[in-house]
Write a protein that binds this ligand. Structure first.
Ligand code: ADP
Length: 787
């Protein structure tokens, strides 16, 4: 490795443990900006700015520059850089902006004949002169065997052009790490991106093929302690060319006049933190270079360069080029990210457009759970749930219906939900707000809740799983064995992971601003759709109501008016029959037929008349005991009982409800007489029961808006009805059998029953199996439905 053999002879001495004799319990207490020492491959001299007199020097100046540190104190800088050098320094300082900005000023020969690059910057009222062995090929210390120094400007320009062409943030970061590795020759270069909770992710990586990939690994926030983050907000570049190298302490440790520690934030030679070097050593890193990527003064991420085969010194010009690239990366990253977000937003909006198109085409929100795309594509998520038309619709990984009910009730009371504009509740840590969320964390650490109606319980939930489940953690106990570092178990992959696990438990990936914006717009569009749909339904309902009323009126008038002439026909037919010769059998048969037909037509007209009345009469609602209603109904059908002695069973007493007593009895009379009629069996059994609103029930074919109410039923063991006829049998004059089989009927009974049930705002439906029996279920009050 270049540089390794050129190290000063005292490399590896016991300086590394000096550090004021202090040991630090945790990283956040280490004074990283004022360590009081430098990395011993270079030397630091501190000057008074006015006089250029030396006030502090690193203790290795003797080895590197040939001057004892203590002897230098109080002397002019000319002792080290020569009179010409001092003059050059004065002129340089007069014109160059060196405040917290290290700049190369000159080169001087060192103690062992090597040339040293000198950079200067001011900070805290003193000048800091850093001496590092020159690595330029011209001085015979070729870093990469090249004969001439590369044109760094041309290289940088090429890199910048490539970076500018990136279309996505990832592509941008990929190019950045490639370019930096090509420029520096490090074994591994990574973009390390910080997440909102402070933890980091290896977002891009360029590495030697022989190294294990770290791309996609996540690191706990504690891996880059707060003091280090503060420093990286101020500097662009931080070299640690020899992780295992010695440290050289400052003489004296503090400023001799002010007694303040030397602020070394901008020193390239600043003594590396013990914690940091230990951490790097635990990862087998022998040399490192770190660059910062910033955004509005905040740290967005870092570019970490690692070397594994001994020290790696990077020359001043290369470092300058890297620094420039870090600055370009900071600026360009934002535009790459904006571009990417724009593309993601457009993609989301396109999905939303397709969803809305599908929904407005089929007119049903529930259809958004089938086909392509579905509501689960509306935003990146693990699962989605919609409460609509009285039930939950779910897709992907979601909590159960019961948990969703509880969550919906809780969300409805959130202040966000009560907000007038855009009532959306989003969290990436549900358990922090909702105690019961702890049990849901694996599927619902993240929740995005969007109401669709203010009055009704109609809403959409998107869920995100716990981050711990979805990402690969560096230092995960399953990934690597626990390796204790030189100072025990701290900062080992295992210890970091344990610490970290606690900090992200119950958290999901955060909802991004543009995702929330897009969902807010989707909500408005869906609301419009729902409103539009309900308006259409209202118009349709009004039309239907009107035409129903018209039909009722027509049926009433028609049947009423037809009855009169029919009676006339019957009368004349009878008179004709009396007058006709009784021996004329053919004439008698025809007249008999005519009279039967008029009677039959009369009974049809009665049914029609009754049906139309059912639609028009006012219900007389009263609190009624259904047991009495049913007893009455049984008695009424009893007159039609055959010899088979049917068994009527009430598994338990029926409840009292608000209904029209007479109409209700009619419902039961019709259902019971059908149950008796449509059966071939000798052991007819008819069960008359009910299911409580909150009682478990398999609910076959139960309409959604009948849920949550008591359900009444009449069950028989008769001939049954094929499923394809379930709807048919409720239509007027629709019979499944010929008139004379099974005791015959006009086919109006069930149509009347349906109308009566609907007049009570109820629903009626069938569950049946031919040959086994039928059950007619019905509800009687939609108002009883809990909303
Ligand atoms: P109907 O007056 O002819 O009995 P309904 O309207 O009451 O007319 O019934 C319509 C048709 O539904 C009947 O013709 C019969 O085929 C069928 N149906 C009604 N109830 C039952 C039942 N409990 N079991 C089998 N079929 C039935």
């Amino acid at each position: 490795m270049t540089g390794a053999t050129d190290l000063p002879s005292w490399h590896g001495q016991a300086y590394s443990t000096k550090r004021h004799g202090t040991s630090f319990a945790h990283c956040d207490s280490e004074p990283v900006q004022t360590p009081g020492c430098v990395q011993a491959h270079g030397a630091l001299i501190v000057l008074r700015p006015e006089t250029l007199v030396i006030s502090q020097a690193s203790e290795n100046t003797l080895a590197l520059l040939g001057h004892d540190a203590s002897a230098l104190l109080g002397q002019s800088v000319g002792v080290v850089v020569g009179a010409q050098g001092e003059e050059r320094l004065r002129t340089f300082l007069a014109v160059e902006p060196v405040e917290r900005n290290p700049l190369y000023v000159l080169s001087v020969p060192g103690a062992d004949g090597r040339l040293f690059d000198v950079t200067v910057h001011s900070n805290g009222g003193v000048l800091l002169l850093e001496f590092e062995a020159t690595l330029r090929p011209a001085q015979g210390t070729a870093e990469s065997g090249q004969s001439a120094e590369p044109d760094y400007y041309a290289l940088m320009r090429k890199s910048v052009v490539r970076m500018q062409g990136a279309r996505t943030l990832r592509e941008f970061c990929d190019i950045t790490v490639d370019e930096l590795r090509a420029m520096t020759g490090f074994d591994r270069v990574m973009v390390y991106k910080f997440h909102a909770d402070g933890h980091g992710e290896v977002f891009a990586e360029s590495r030697l093929d022989t190294l294990a990939p770290w791309l996609g690994l996540h690191y706990p926030a504690a891996d880059i302690p707060q003091p280090a983050r503060e420093v990286f907000k101020q500097i662009w570049l931080r070299p640690t060319p020899d992780v295992g190298g010695a440290l050289a302490e400052m003489v004296p440790l503090a400023d001799p006049v002010s007694n303040k520690p030397l602020v070394m934030t901008h020193c390239a030679l600043r003594g590396a933190s013990v914690m940091y070097t230990e951490y790097l050593q635990n990862m087998k890193v022998t040399a490192g270079l770190t660059l910062s990527i910033r955004q509005d003064g905040e740290l967005w991420g870092l570019i970490a360069c690692h070397h594994y085969a001994g020290p790696k010194f990077v020359s001043y010009p290369v470092r300058t080029a890297c620094e420039f690239l870090a600055q370009v990366a900071s600026l360009q990253r934002r535009s790459a990210e904006t571009r990417e977000q724009l593309e993601s937003r457009l993609r989301l909006e396109e999905v939303h457009r397709q969803l809305l198109a599908a929904a407005s085409h089929v007119g049903e929100l529930a259809d958004l759970f089938e086909g392509e795309p579905t509501l689960a594509d509306a935003v990146p998520c693990g699962g989605v749930a919609l409460f609509h038309a009285g039930r939950w619709w779910r897709l992907g990984e979601t909590p159960s219906d019961v948990d969703l009910d509880a969550l919906a009730a809780w969300v409805a009371m959130r202040p966000e939900f009560l907000a007038a504009t855009s009532p959306i509740y989003a969290t990436d840590h549900l358990a922090a707000d909702y105690p019961d969320g702890v049990a849901l964390a694996s599927v619902a650490s993240g929740l995005l809740a969007v109401p669709l109606s203010r009055t009704k319980r109609s809403l959409m939930f998107w869920f995100r799983p716990e981050t711990l489940r979805t990402i690969r953690w560096a230092g995960h106990p399953d990934d690597k064995p626990s390796v204790p570092g030189p100072n025990g178990a701290r900062l080992t992959p295992r210890a970091s992971f344990d610490l970290f696990q606690e900090s992200v438990r119950g958290r999901s990936a955060p909802w991004l601003m543009f995702e929330l914006d897009a969902i807010a717009r989707l909500r408005v569009a869906v609301l419009e759709l729902v409103v539009e749909r309900s308006e259409q339904l209202a118009v349709l309902n009004a039309d239907l109501l009107r035409s129903n009323e018209d039909l009722d009126a027509f049926a009433y008038v028609a049947s009423h008016d037809l009855k009169e002439p029919l009676r006339g026909i019957h009368k004349y037919a009878h008179q004709l029959q009396v007058r006709t010769d009784s021996t004329d059998a053919e004439a008698q048969r025809q007249l008999g037929g005519l009279m039967r037909l008029t009677l039959r037509m009369d009974s049809l007209l009665d049914s029609l008349l009754h049906f139309s009345r059912v639609g028009r009469v006012l219900l007389e609602l009263s609190q009624s005991d259904l047991n009495l209603v049913v007893a009455d109904a049984i008695e009424m059908v009893g007159s039609r009982l055959d010899a088979s002695k049917p068994e009527f069973v009430l598994p338990r007493p029926l409840p009292g409800i608000e209904c029209d007593w007479v109409r209700c009895r009619e419902i039961y009379v019709n259902l019971l007489s059908n149950a008796l009629k449509y059966s071939d069996r000798a052991d007819k059994r008819i069960e008359i029961g009910w299911i409580g609103a909150s009682e478990p029930h398999a609910r076959p074919l139960c309409p959604p808006d009948a849920l949550g109410q008591p359900i009444f039923y009449v069950r028989d063991n008769g001939i049954g009805i094929a499923a394809r006829h379930y709807e048919q049998v409720f239509k007027m004059f629709r019979r499944l059998h010929t008139r004379d089989t099974y005791g015959g009927g006009s086919g109006a009974g069930l149509a009347i029953v349906k109308k009566l049930v609907e007049r009570h705002r109820g629903r009626i439906w069938i569950d049946s199996e031919p040959g086994v029996g039928s059950t007619f279920y019905f509800t009687l009050s939609a108002d009883a439905r809990p909303e």
